[in-house]
Design a binder for this molecule. Structure first.
Ligand SMILES: C[S@@+](CC[C@H](N)C(=O)[O-])C[C@H]1O[C@@H](n2cnc3c(N)ncnc32)[C@H](O)[C@@H]1O
Length: 284
């Protein structure tokens, strides 16, 4: 991340979510504020030409993946709440809009958005431009996963560590060193019973085709140029084993077939996710 600058990858995925609202039917993620969150000029440009978001050969796959992972996180949050979870921690929230669409009152669900201070300040500017106010249920937690512990950041923000929480961690693990990914998973595993997590990660390039490895190289070059180099990838079975060893149960690893089966089956437009990233769900 360029010091003091907002995350460009956050803008990129938010643009995919907004484009999904305009281009895809049926929608996998219904997000009425996704466009507004981009700020008036970007929103207007995207409305005028939604395909302008398709800047690479993998743009459709990325759009599908970004929509699916948010949808899965929100579906799993619903399940967690049915079991009594009342705290939702959005790790590396970027321009995530769930807090603005949250149908639950603050007594039922408190939301904590964790991200770099510069990305949070930029999000507030965009929200102000769009006339979107932060709801009472939302608390911002400024933090760098590489420099501070999540436990300290959340404690300072008033998170109740004695009660279970649900964590979403979308599009963040690939930008962290493996130790930081493991430290965060370790922290979540130490949370009270009933806590859970949804996160996505990049698979080991050794498991990719030559074509996918070339694509990955291109993606890595673009994110590196914006100060967000790709830093970790995992082998799915080994990662699931690590979660089990940390004390997670009902660990579920969703690959391309599982994600497409869940959210993209029977579509006429052929929209679906690619193979390079998986989504993992685990419960404490
Ligand atoms: C690709 S964006 C994903 C944003 C959001 N989760 C979404 O799906 O729209 C990655 C986010 O992780 C945040 N991030 C990356 N590295 C971080 C770190 N070391 N500490 C805190 N936040 C970080 C970035 O600022 C950015 O908002």
């Amino acid at each position: 991340m360029h010091e003091g600058k907002p995350s460009q990858t956050a803008l990129r995925v938010a643009t995919h979510r907004a484009a999904h609202q305009l281009l895809d039917r049926p929608k996998v993620l219904d997000d009425p504020v996704a466009l507004d969150m981009l700020g008036p000029e970007r929103a207007q440009a995207l409305r005028a030409d939604p395909r302008s978001s398709e800047t690479s050969v993998i743009a459709r796959y990325m759009r599908a993946f970004v929509a699916a992972r948010s949808r899965l996180a929100e579906d799993e949050l619903g399940r967690a709440m049915e079991r009594g979870v009342g705290q939702y921690v959005v790790l590396g929230a970027g321009l995530d809009t769930f807090a603005l669409r949250n149908p639950h009152p603050p007594e039922a669900l408190k939301i904590f958005e964790v991200d770099f201070p510069a990305t949070q300040a930029w999000k507030w500017e965009l929200m102000a431009q769009a006339g979107l106010a932060a709801p009472d249920s939302l608390t911002y937690v400024p933090l760098d996963f590489h420099r501070q512990t999540l436990a300290q950041g959340l404690e300072r923000a008033g998170h109740d560590a004695t009660r279970p929480s649900f964590f979403s961690w979308l599009g963040v693990a690939p930008y962290l060193v493996p130790e930081a990914v493991r430290a965060t998973l370790g922290f979540i595993a130490s949370c009270p019973k009933g806590s859970g997590v949804v996160f996505d990660y990049m698979i080991d390039p050794k498991g990719m085709s030559l074509w996918e490895r070339l694509l990955l190289k291109g993606i890595g070059a673009v994110t590196k140029a914006s100060g967000e180099p790709l830093r970790s990838h995992f082998e799915p079975a080994a990662l699931a084993g690590e979660l089990d060893a940390l004390g997670f149960s009902q660990t579920r690893d969703l690959d391309q077939a599982a994600i497409n089966g869940l959210y993209f089956s029977g579509r006429e437009d052929g929209l679906g996710v690619g193979r390079m990233s998986h989504i993992m769900v685990g419960w404490v």
